[in-house]
Design a protein around this ligand. Structure first.
Ligand SMILES: NC(=O)c1ccc[n+]([C@@H]2O[C@H](COP(=O)([O-])OP(=O)(O)OC[C@H]3O[C@@H](n4cnc5c(N)ncnc54)[C@H](O)[C@@H]3O)[C@@H](O)[C@H]2O)c1
Length: 352
């Protein structure tokens, strides 16, 4: 039997969730962690009984490590990923892969050249209900898609944007935005994964109730390549935070989801409708990320890590390769460009 792949995790905020997911993942082992914050490093090393590195370059020199999970500030992801790929380490890239298509393209080039595997985190894609909702669209169970809409009325307190590990958030340079590029990027990705690529957007954004640089509210209209229309709102200003809502309708049916609950499913046979509502209809979510950023469940991460192990073993692409995680960032950047220019922006204008 093949030995477990050894992981190193860099960035020990959300990175601690990666540690838990790696420990639970089949075929993976946590070998080392890295952070420049001594307290975070010490407490994580104690918790998981692994090696600890203060300097990232030392983690990359560790020959025992096969894969690196990059969980530092978003605008540094590509740089950290490039360094790891050059050192021959496989990659798990936290969302967003990075904050501009140009930076992501640079990472892609190095990943390709080095021949390593790179899997990206968009854990909503691993959710069993979302997988079946995607089928309802792609197998035309709701007919031809006409509308796909999503809202993310979340709340983040001022303290989230303050302190040693808060001031990068809501900045253009390191967060690439605010409620859209950080929290909402999951929703953007879910929309494009369910509904297909987005052709153009009209967007508005601003800072409404936090002392941050970029934005704490965005609204956008999306035109999908397949002709459907969509709307998206993201905010960190809604008190108290409410769950994400997604609803879709086509020429033959519709569905809507609120947080972990499938509110309605009008697609396929009566038997299928009953089954879907039986499985996902009751309120089953354990996550409270609408108000608490650390309440993310670790199982989606675990599945993506297990998939990376299989991708390395089987020499195949991971379930969410960089190419597939990039479109969400192109869409978010197009929404910001549209807001700045006051016009509809074609997403292809953002391509690097
Ligand atoms: N998938 C999800 O649901 C989810 C949830 C939260 C955050 N995230 C993502 O995780 C990333 C990190 O977010 P966070 O909230 O944990 O941020 P954070 O600021 O709490 O953590 C980042 C860590 O990186 C460390 N770091 C920075 N530079 C370093 C260096 N040179 N060497 C070693 N360590 C370094 C910092 O000291 C810090 O501890 C972001 O990209 C964010 O978008 C994803």
């Amino acid at each position: 039997m093949a030995r477990d792949l050894n992981f190193g995790v860099v960035g020990l905020g959300m990175g601690v969730h990666h540690c838990k997911a790696i420990v639970n993942a089949k075929g993976a082992a946590l070998a080392a962690v890295c952070d420049i914050d001594e307290e975070r490093l010490k407490s994580t090393v104690e918790k998981f009984g692994c090696k600890g590195y203060h300097r990232y370059s030392d983690l990359l020199k560790d020959k025992e490590i096969d894969c690196v999970a990059v969980v530092v500030e978003s605008g540094r992801h590509a740089d950290f990923g490039i360094a790891a790929a050059k050192a021959g380490k496989h990659l798990i890239m936290e969302k967003p892969v990075d904050i501009t298509p140009a930076r992501i393209k640079k990472l892609q080039g190095v990943v390709k050249k080095s021949g390593i595997k790179a899997g990206c985190i968009f854990q909503y894609r691993m959710d069993p209900c979302n997988i079946l909702l995607k089928k309802a669209i792609t197998q035309k169970k709701i007919g031809r898609l006409i509308g796909l809409h999503a809202a993310l009325p979340w709340f983040r307190a001022d303290s989230y944007y303050a302190g040693e590990h808060g001031t990068w958030r809501g900045t253009w340079k390191l967060d690439g935005g605010g409620s859209l590029m950080n929290q909402g990027i999951h929703t953007v990705d879910l929309m494009q994964w369910l509904g297909g690529p987005v052709r153009s957007v009209c967007g508005f954004f601003g800072v409404f109730n936090h002392k941050i640089q970029a934005e704490d509210q965005t609204v956008a209209i999306l035109k999908f390549e397949n002709g459907a229309l969509g709307t998206l709102m993201t905010t960190t200003c809604c008190i108290p935070g409410k769950d994400q809502r997604v609803y879709a309708y086509g020429t033959k049916g519709s569905f809507s989801r609120y947080g972990g609950e499938l509110e309605s499913y009008e697609a396929g046979s009566e038997d299928e409708r009953k089954k879907m509502l039986g499985w996902f209809g009751a309120r089953k979510t354990g996550e409270q990320t609408s108000s608490d950023p650390m309440a993310v469940a670790a199982d989606g991460h675990q599945l993506i890590i297990e998939d990376l192990v299989k991708a390395v073993r089987g020499n195949r692409e991971p379930v969410i390769p960089i190419e597939s995680a990039k479109h969400a960032v192109e869409i978010a950047c197009a929404i910001f460009k549209s807001g700045r220019m006051g016009r509809e922006v074609k997403v292809r204008e953002m391509r690097a």
